[in-house]
Design a protein around this ligand. Structure first.
Ligand SMILES: Cc1ncc(COP(=O)(O)O)c(C=O)c1O
Length: 357
């Protein structure tokens, strides 16, 4: 079968090299005669999988001392509630930057736990930019940002300077570039975009922030529970963690986050150049805040939309339909999207312009 390029926003493209390893693990894990799917999470083999996954995160992101790495369930959406549950005292205020659908969902959830100060918002221009230079009240419990806005295709090139703990939803750009973890209080990311399959969520949390709120926190929603039990308080999603670990190993073999950042910048430049020079298309996010992960674009002539989608589908380019709230197209070009995939999309855009031009 010829190569199909997957531009879906999530679940999303994974490195091809990971699939045969995972398939073998399903058939017969490490010569145990058992499938990884039927093994106890307390067995030494599976404990080793979890330990390796944590150490890969620590190594790839250079996680400093004083931070815990957790693999939780409930998706990034569960973190919208766990963050304020654990970090926002009732009657106190947390600051949020409103940069789109996911940021808004996060801040709405926090309103159930304390006061929410919207420190900045780009709602005034359909979230096409990242607000900058805003003030954060010094008494905020934390500042919450969405580092990459999957739907509108904006991304923080630089993170805000923050006196208060910085919390980031990095669901759609974790592992896409180096990070200075010490600048963050907590980072969370649903795995299903840039680090693995759906079913597991990465949390990196600064231990010293925990244990300060006075409310009772249900056991499963308390970060401390999962830190104490090394993400094994209850049965973890073993296979999702295994696939994420294989994806991290692949990333390491590519040269890690530094090397992948260079490739990601190259892929994004090729695609944005085409969007800016092709007479049929136009980009929707402001140039300086364009995402290197999710590239939204529209046709100047809307009536050609379904024709372009079937034109690309015929060329094995799938998942290009934009989110229903933005319309147009969105090419998600996460770490595992090859440069060939991006070139194939650019060629299709050019060929379409020639036919229509
Ligand atoms: C930035 C961002 N945050 C949160 C979510 C929600 O993630 P989940 O489906 O894992 O709850 C998404 C999903 O697309 C997202 O892109």
């Amino acid at each position: 079968m010829s190569t199909v390029y997957n531009f879906n926003a999530g679940p999303a493209v994974l490195p091809k090299a990971v699939f045969p390893i995972c398939a073998d693990a399903v058939q017969n894990y490490a010569n145990t005669g058992l499938s990884i799917l039927e093994m106890s999470h307390r067995s030494p083999e599976i404990m080793a999988v979890a330990e390796e996954a944590v150490s890969l995160v620590k190594e790839l992101l250079k996680v400093p001392e004083g931070y815990s790495v957790l693999f939780l369930q409930g998706g990034a959406s569960m973190q919208f509630c766990m963050v304020p549950y654990n970090l926002l005292e009732q009657g106190h205020t947390a600051s949020y930057v409103d940069t789109g659908t996911w940021a808004k969902k996060a801040l709405k959830e926090a309103q159930a736990f304390g006061n929410v100060n919207v420190a900045a918002s780009s709602a005034d221009s359909n979230y096409t930019y990242i607000p900058k230079g805003f003030k954060v009240p010094a008494d905020s419990a934390y500042l919450h940002i969405t580092s990459n806005n999957t739907i509108v295709g904006t991304q923080y090139a630089q993170f805000p300077q923050s006196e208060v703990p910085l919390i980031a939803d990095m669901s759609s750009d974790i592992f896409s570039r180096p990070l200075d973890i010490s600048k963050f209080g907590l980072i969370y990311a649903g795995a299903q975009k840039n680090m693995g399959p759906a079913g597991v969520t990465l949390v990196i949390v600064k231990d010293s922030l925990l244990g300060k709120v006075t409310r009772h926190i249900p056991t499963m929603l308390n970060y401390t529970t999962h830190i104490k039990k090394e993400s094994m308080f209850n049965t973890p999603p073993v296979f999702a963690i295994y696939v994420a670990a294989q994806t991290m190993k692949w990333l390491k073999a590519q040269g890690g986050v530094e090397a992948i950042q260079t490739i990601n910048e190259r892929k994004a430049a090729v695609l944005y150049n085409e969007i800016d020079s092709n007479p049929l298309f136009t980009g929707t996010a402001v140039k300086e805040d364009r995402s290197l992960m999710n590239v939204p674009f529209v046709l100047k002539d809307d009536s050609l939309m379904s024709e372009f989608l079937s034109f690309t589908k015929d060329r094995n380019l799938v998942g290009l339909k934009g989110h229903r709230s933005v319309g147009g197209f969105r090419a998600s070009i996460y770490n595992a999207m090859s440069e060939e995939g991006v070139s194939a999309l650019v060629s299709a855009m050019r060929a379409f312009a020639e036919i229509k031009g």
